[in-house]
Design a protein around this ligand. Sequence first.
Ligand SMILES: [Zn+2]
Length: 211
Amino acid sequence: MEYINYQTQDQWQGPASQQSPIDIVLEQTTPRPLADQPLTVSFVGDQALTRDPRSSGDQFIGAGTLTLGNHHYHFLRLHFHDHSEHLFDGQRQDAEVHFVYQDDQGQTLVLAMLGIRAADGEAGFDFAPVINGQAGSAYLNQFFANNQGYFNYTGSLTTPPLSPDVTWVVLDAVHPFSSGSLALIHDLFADNYRAPQPITVPVYHYYESGK
Ligand SMILES: [Zn+2]
């Protein structure tokens, strides 16, 4: 499998629309009550996620649903980025997981989970069973809490063809990933992140007030 080359990403040709990823600067986001557009994520099935090698990076195919407000999506696949693609206040995190969804009209939504190395003595999220074909989709449920805040903007895929009109849901918390998971992600997908792109659209921050 020939993978895309991140060293030559400045030559990638994309549409002249809002591209992803972006640097999310909290002070420049527009706050919204989470109750206006709650996020619900659920994964189903004990059958191991299927690994699908693609030039854009290996995909892990599973099953589940996501609801954003009244809009329903079904889960297609996830993949990993070694170092995060989205930045928080200019800071790159250790890894980013992209959960790719589609609605009945074929519109794409990507849920992004940014991770940082778990503190000493903290287990952290363990993605090794997913990568090693030992976990079903339902295994992923443990990584999602209720009422999670998130950033929401309209961007693009972060690999060619850089397709536009992708709904992004970037969880606003940085999650602890196990050191074993980060090592595995680095070994398999070293430095597969795209540089942040200029921001031309509003970025909304949905969160529970008081949190
Ligand atoms: Zn991705």
